[in-house]
Ligand binder design. Structure first.
Ligand SMILES: C[S@@+](CC[C@H](N)C(=O)[O-])C[C@H]1O[C@@H](n2cnc3c(N)ncnc32)[C@H](O)[C@@H]1O
Length: 287
């Protein structure tokens, strides 16, 4: 892991140039964010790979996707410092952030419901780290659910089901809550999935809050616009990135305004696989 100055970031990321209008990226289709169809396509390719290579485990599938997408070294961030790491090290740092997001919250016996889990890579990582808990993931992509089932179909503590934040009722979460013996058994988790929505205000205030008093805690490892400083160059570039991609800028404000939720911690830039779009960690409890 080598330190990288912000000045040198353009050598390792196309984003500063794109954000400052130095290329024609803004004219390209898809510049305004990654839609569900695009995720579905990526997961379909990985599903083909997994079906052709049944010996591949979930980590190998992810590793193959990572090496297809990027070449070492890659730029990352941690707590507003930038570094160059190799592709595998970046995945290790992201996995550590995933596991740390739930540290101290799970006593054993809980079910973590990960909403917008993609094909469920994070479920595999968490299930290894927390062997006494169960992990249920939901995603709207058909191929994501199919790949999750391909890779984890035999796993007795992991399952992946269809789910969409935009539904009026979250049947998947409801079903897990109904099956649990007490309100203290279910943890609501998201990682990089609320990001995909242009605004989360209605989803938080109209749907998430309906379930808040029945879960043990909520944990979001997400891109949190409001935490980007307005008085630093890095903070301003990060704000611009979110605007440019049409990702949400209202997660923290929506949770703060939501009834029945008390934000316990909000930790900025836990890890940034894209240094201009870092993951921050928010934990809340119901009041
Ligand atoms: C960046 S990926 C993150 C996937 C996974 N959580 C991870 O960290 O690797 C964003 C995910 O959000 C999902 N997503 C997009 N729109 C969604 C929606 N309306 N409801 C639920 N998930 C959604 C996508 O299908 C995709 O799997």
């Amino acid at each position: 892991m080598r330190e990288l100055s912000l000045n040198d970031l353009p050598k390792h990321s196309p984003w500063p140039g794109r954000l400052l209008g130095r290329d024609d990226w803004a004219e390209q289709p898809g510049h305004g964010g990654v839609g569900i169809d695009a995720y579905d396509e990526v997961y379909a390719t990985l599903l083909g790979l997994a079906r052709e290579n049944p010996e591949m485990g979930f980590r190998e599938v992810q590793r193959s996707a990572n090496h297809h997408a990027e070449e070492s070294p890659v730029a990352i961030s941690r707590a507003e410092d930038l570094f160059l790491v190799d592709v595998d090290e970046k995945q290790t740092l992201q996995d550590e952030a995933t596991v740390a997001a739930l540290a101290g919250l799970l006593d054993g016996g809980e079910t973590v419901v990960s909403l917008g889990c993609g094909w469920g890579y994070e479920l595999g990582v968490l299930a290894e780290a927390y062997p006494d808990c169960e992990f249920v993931g939901g995603d709207p992509t058909e191929s994501g659910v199919a790949l999750g089932r391909e890779l984890f179909g035999d796993h007795d503590r992991i399952r992946v089901e269809p789910f969409d934040f935009r539904d009026d009722e979250w049947d998947l979460l409801e079903e897990v809550l109904e099956a649990s013996e007490s309100d203290d058994e279910v943890v609501l988790f998201t990682q990089g999935s609320l990001t995909a929505l242009p605004s989360v205000h209605d989803i938080v205030s109209e749907t998430l809050t309906d379930y808040a008093d029945r879960v043990k805690a909520g944990v979001h490892l997400e891109h949190v616009y409001e935490l980007h400083p307005e008085e630093t160059l890095l903070g301003l570039l990060r704000r611009q990135y979110t605007d440019f991609r049409n990702y949400n800028d209202d997660l923290l404000a929506s949770l703060q305004a939501a009834g029945g939720i008390d934000i316990a911690t909000a930790t900025y830039d836990v890890v940034g696989g894209n240094p201009l779009h870092p993951l921050s960690e928010i934990r809340w409890e119901s009041v």
